[in-house]
Design a protein around this ligand. Structure first.
Ligand SMILES: Cc1cc2nc3c(=O)[nH]c(=O)nc-3n(C[C@H](O)[C@H](O)[C@H](O)COP(=O)(O)OP(=O)(O)OC[C@H]3O[C@@H](n4cnc5c(N)ncnc54)[C@H](O)[C@@H]3O)c2cc1C
Length: 308
């Protein structure tokens, strides 16, 4: 397929396109399907609407791999402000950060200090901090960061990717810290010696890992979060949870804003804890290419917005 997953993930790496495409009005309009707007206020407005239907929110400001320390400080300051806003508006909201936004590449000491500061603010404002997982080059450093922060702020969560061969061991190793794990399939372009090239293998690995996490939840040693829109898979996971005596609330389902919204509402009505991750900000190009890679038919939104 000419416009398959690999095509969009290759485009996501282009800094040239990142600067150009984000200025094109018709592409900006197409992103509306996946983000309520670029401003944090847009995201908070959408969060209030979701809250009235019983759904929580995870906020994330788009952008990754910043190029100087001042940018990391600005990201930290923004999220400190965001936690205050969440509290002031009474929103059921958490925040999710990419460690490279907080200078993981440039200054790991600064990254750790800023992540701890955000986790402390999350705790003080009755919220929680999530740490996203980026490409496989960052997994060791992100896990080390998580362990340090989790030891002080126990509600902190981390994303792990089912497509990586290493993830079963990473999950087993984390169990001693009573982890809060958001299991996702994985959104990056990875070499075949690191991750399953075939989606069917990732799907199988996801179910196996979900089983490990649910068994740990039954023993009270893990809070599993299933970050996927794969509703058939979620059905199997919910059935397995029931068989193990793990109740809704002892595990959660997280999905992205604008994707499978009716299923999000249905799952909420069935009693599951649902949180919707809302992205905002102007640096949406790489993130948007990953959404197109997940479902190339999404290009239809771009074409329709181009045609007006
Ligand atoms: C809350 C949350 C947090 C995440 N955090 C991370 C992270 O930290 N690191 C990381 O690598 N990845 C992250 N991801 C992305 C994840 O890795 C997958 O790329 C993404 O969720 C698509 O896979 P899927 O599990 O939905 O399953 P798939 O099997 O790809 O899709 C299942 C169904 O959902 C539909 N669907 C999936 N994606 C889309 C889309 N973009 N548009 C329309 N329909 C779609 C499919 O058409 C299919 O019907 C996150 C995802 C979620 C939901």
């Amino acid at each position: 397929m000419p416009f398959g997953r690999g095509f969009f993930l290759a485009l996501a790496k282009s800094d040239f396109l990142n600067h150009r495409v984000t200025k094109w009005g018709f592409v900006r309009r197409a992103t509306k399907h996946f983000m309520p707007g670029e401003a944090p206020e847009d995201a908070m407005g959408a969060s209030a609407a979701l809250a009235s239907g019983g759904r929580g929110t995870i906020f994330t400001k788009l952008g990754e791999a910043i190029t100087n320390r001042d940018e990391a400080t600005a990201v930290r300051d923004h999220y400190l402000w965001m936690f205050d806003q969440i509290k002031a508006k009474g929103l059921p909201g958490h925040v999710s950060v990419k460690p490279t936004q907080l200078a993981l590449d440039l200054d790991p000491v600064m990254c750790q200090a800023y992540t701890e500061e955000l986790a402390a603010k999350a705790q003080a404002t009755g919220s929680a901090l999530w740490i996203d997982m980026e490409d496989s080059n960052y997994v060791d450093r992100t896990l080390a960061l998580y362990r340090l922060v989790k030891a002080i702020y126990p509600d902190t969560g981390i994303a792990l990717q089912a497509y990586l061969f290493r993830t079963p061991k990473d999950i087993a190793d984390l169990m001693s810290v009573r982890p809060v794990i958001r299991l996702v399939k994985g959104a990056y372009s990875e070499p075949a010696h690191v991750a399953f090239p075939r989606k069917a293998d990732t799907d199988r690995a996801y179910f196996e890992l979900s089983d490990t996490m649910l068994q740990a939840a039954a023993a009270g040693t893990c809070l599993p979060i299933f970050g996927t829109h794969d509703v058939a898979l979620l059905g199997r996971i919910a059935a397995r949870a029931k068989a193990l005596g793990v109740k809704p609330g002892q595990f959660e389902i997280h999905m992205l804003y604008g994707i499978k919204d009716r299923d999000q509402q249905r799952l909420r009505a069935e009693g599951h804890v649902i949180k919707t991750l809302i992205s905002y900000g102007s640096s949406w190009f790489k993130w948007y290419m990953r959404r197109l890679a997940e479902r190339p038919a999404n290009v239809g939104f771009v074409i329709r917005s181009m045609l007006g």
